[in-house]
Design a protein around this ligand. Structure first.
Ligand code: SF4
Length: 293
């Protein structure tokens, strides 16, 4: 009899190996074991999230998005219009622009799915939905991707943090990239071990990234950090699908990320007192916003 409760990558892999199932299915069975929802209810919740994610990409790309302060907006459109000239290629450009689009919707007080947080809400939808559209994936496959991502996010939340206020931006956009990298790897036929390698590499790539929102608003640098987070996720999945592994196992990377977050000065954890938020330009912007209030 297999128990489906897990709180680390090691436990998750043991379950996947023993039951011969992907991470997405382990995540679903974990929820079923908790007996809070049946399979149909879990799937229907996930489909609703998927729909909101899809709509947030559409709104971000098709409707004018100017943030409440007027500081940010329409950068997703500019990148999308540049698709044919972008060195990163059509598919990656669409993914990155979509990540920006969703976070522009968030900055404009629109509806998004906080996956795992509002500040990092662009990465997972962009990677899943744009990849799914490009490769004709079914809704059920995308729901499986969300379940996979949920398992990774749960493990990070349990052992470290998903919040910029406690762990810096590494915990927020880094975790979102790890979730998206793992989900994308499963959707491409990667094994559970490969998914965790992709998640580990994505987190390693932004280890130490501070949270320094200009004027304390989730606009600058957050929207562009969602862009790089989406690119990070795709790159890590590509590396793993090519046969590359993370030298440091996923669980150890999560612990390292937690420890780095704890070492971070409070000025670098969403207080808008350090990093980019402390630059003269950011200070002028913050003063301008205060004058309007
Ligand atoms: S800089 Fe801070 S507020 Fe902005 S996305 Fe990163 S963690 Fe979130």
């Amino acid at each position: 009899m297999i128990e489906y409760s897990f709180s680390s990558g090691k436990e998750l892999l043991e379950i996947c190996h023993a039951a011969q199932i992907p991470i997405s299915e382990a995540a679903v069975r974990r929820e079923l074991e908790r007996e809070e929802m049946d399979r149909g209810e879990i799937m229907s919740e996930m489909r609703i999230d998927l729909e909101v994610m899809r709509e947030s990409i559409r709104v971000g790309l098709e409707e004018q998005q100017i943030s409440i302060t007027g500081l940010m907006g329409e950068d997703a459109d500019k990148l999308m219009a540049f698709t044919e000239s972008a060195v990163m290629g059509r598919e990656m450009t669409r993914i990155v622009a979509s990540a920006m689009a969703v976070t522009e919707v968030n900055a404009s007080m629109g509806r998004i799915v906080a996956a795992p947080t509002a500040g990092a809400s662009g990465i997972l939808p962009a990677v899943l939905i744009q990849y799914g559209d490009e490769h004709d994936l079914s809704e059920d496959q995308l729901v499986a991707g969300l379940c996979n991502a949920g398992a990774i996010g749960m493990i990070i939340a349990h052992n470290a943090s998903l919040a910029g206020a406690s762990g810096g931006c590494q915990a927020e956009t880094g975790s979102a990239a790890a979730m998206a990298a793992s989900a994308l790897t499963e959707l491409r036929g990667g094994t559970p071990d490969m998914c965790l390698h992709a998640a580990a590499i994505a987190l390693k790539n932004v280890m130490g990234l501070v949270c320094d929102p200009v004027a304390g608003l989730v606009e600058c640098p957050c929207i562009k950090r969602n862009a790089i987070g989406a690119a990070n996720a795709v790159l890590c999945s590509d590396m793993v699908m090519a046969g590359i592994e993370s030298v440091i196992p996923f669980d150890e990377v999560v612990t390292a990320m937690r420890n780095v977050g704890r070492m971070m000065h409070p000025d670098l954890r969403e207080t808008a007192r350090g990093g980019l938020a402390a630059t003269p330009t950011a200070q002028r912007i913050a003063q301008k916003i205060r004058n309007y209030e």
